[in-house]
Design a protein around this ligand. Sequence first.
Ligand code: 13P
Ligand code: SF4
Length: 300
Amino acid sequence: PAFTDDIDAILDLKRRRNAVILAHNYQRPEIFHCMADIVGDSLALARKAMAVEADVIVLAGVHFMAETAKLLNPEKTVLIPDLNAGCSLADSITAADVRLLRQRYPGIPIVTYVNTSAAVKAESDICCTSGNAKAVVESLGVSRVIMLPDEYLAQNIAAQTDVQIITWKGHCEVHERFTPADIRQLREDHPGVTVLAHPECPPEVVAEADFSGSTAAMSDYVGRQKPPRVVLMTECSMSDNVAVEHPEVEFIRPCNLCPHMKRITLANIRTALEQNRHVVTIEPEIAGRARLAVERMLAV
Ligand code: 13P
Ligand code: SF4
């Protein structure tokens, strides 16, 4: 009953404010399935944000995603329901760190994962997501790049390309906790299980998995291959959201929660729309340079 009150109120507010809700694949199922107008991985949300026709965008995800939506929609109001919905990767590096790296490695292009602040993007040459990182790195036509800030994503991409990759020591607090021993135990307990791992997992975890890809790539894999039993080594809501579409697939569910994603609720989406908060703003000088890095990525 509490849910239905909030759902009715949000539907009404969306109409009155001409608002859309963008939700990442890790979002709570009631938001992902009942409230979102656009869902997807970080790449899809960035792309679709550009085509949004609305006055207000509510980002049901974390702060860097709301900033990316604002970069691509400077004239729209972008709201994030909880300003503390952060990300351990975004917190692992500052703009000053990137400037120091540029001094240390002059002339080496800097590829920045979208899981970073706009200020860090502004110091970068081009952005990437887990869905396009290899293509972005190879699009630069150089033999060496710096890839920030996810050490494991960088190492996992380095294993797929001849381009040499200099990494940073950032990690996702959700994916760094999976181990190869977890996978071996899962295979023992659930014979025949297909293991899919997000590329933010350590390389030794990805090496033991049957497939690795972005959240959208994992979802597509399940839809295409229809494995009888599957485990997604990623955030917990991902399995909930994908399982709804595939009742014939058995989802084994050891998973890790992202506390930042879980800060977003129906109740605070409702408050965001009622009270117009929290409005995402980016200093114009930073926004201009950060937008360029995102747009270069979208052009690849
Ligand atoms: P993707 O949805 O791009 O795979 O990213 C996962 C993630 O951790 C986002 O915070
Ligand atoms: Fe950041 Fe990891 Fe949470 Fe994604 S799952 S928002 S990378 S902490």
